[in-house]
Design a protein around this ligand. Sequence first.
Ligand SMILES: Cc1ncc(COP(=O)(O)O)c(C=O)c1O
Length: 400
Amino acid sequence: MIRLAERTKLIAGSPTMKVTATVDKMRREGIDVIDFGAGEPDFSTPEPVKAAAHAALDQNFTRYTPAAGIVELKRAIAERYRQDYGVDYKENEVIVTAGGKQALYNTALVLFGPGDEVITHAPYWPTLTEQIKLAGATPVLARTYTEEGFAIRAKTILDAVTPRTRAIIVNSPCNPTGALISEADLSEIAEAAAARDIWIIVDLCYEKLIYDAVAHNLPAILNGKCRDLTVLCGSSSKAYAMTGWRCGWQLGPSAVIAASSALQSHSTSNVTSITQKAAVAALTGSQAPVRAMLDEYRTRRDALHGWLTSEPRIRCQKPAGAFYMFVDIGDLLSPDGLRTSSDFVDALLEESRVAVTPGEAFDAPGFIRISYATSMENLREGSARILEFAKKRAPAVAAR
Ligand SMILES: Cc1ncc(COP(=O)(O)O)c(C=O)c1O
């Protein structure tokens, strides 16, 4: 028997990626599937971004770059955050990473270790907790609730603090719930963290996808209250429809960035040189494509919400950000029918050819996550199939 390192026992493969793999397989077999699983924009990368990549290739910009990224991109990231949030980061406080995932991973590995507890809010994106475990630390969960729109509350997070708490990870807008943390709640957390020397890590992967004009200047709040204990992790993936390019970033105290750069220099090294040039164009060019995508997501969100909630047993609120509807299907489950959301998802795929992600993937049984990063036609057809499936497989009690 092959004996793997102990650390492999700590982690399971990404359940969200599993849905994507199943859909791929079915499509290769010629089966028509509507995919509501994908956690990525269906839009193409904006043309000026692609043009910058073509130019980089034509200019043979194809060699190693510094592990932490080219200066031009580090400056572009810092300038974007200065313009968007009014915060100031110097070149040695920024590193370019292979997606937001590596930014978070670097942070976990350079800050957490055995004996540490790291608090985050649930339902959560599973990579966050897996990375905490990979760093040898223990994830501690602060629940958020559907009745409160999954609001991320300071009190719940601070109630979980113990003398072993090393860090708090906040993901806002949140995947899977789409919820935001309020500035007031984050301020309260920041004050407590500063007093107790606890790190605050913010996953800003969906920062550009907020539908209403709500105040969400998390970087400024943290810079004001605990700059030396703050790490911001961002990404070009969702904002600029660049998931496959693999470009994210980490902003924080120079010691954290230097350690992350050393770590990266012995693992992945630099992000693809061509991608880095493309990311410069994305960050410094017109932000109009970002707004256009957001407008389209909003239209889809509203339509999807209307269709789904025409069935009273399907309960969901319109998310404030990101592009996921997190749907309570508890009323469609029963001991003598579909027992769990996981059963529901499997049967929905098998019988109605619609792929969604089960709440179990986010530590939220009884829910499903529907990604509306797909066309309106798909959303209309997929919702119709879900409603039909619900009627057939979970008939209303009176009709049984
Ligand atoms: C909450 C959250 N954070 C970070 C990421 C990382 O994305 P990427 O590595 O493509 O930037 C994702 C991707 O789905 C996500 O959902």
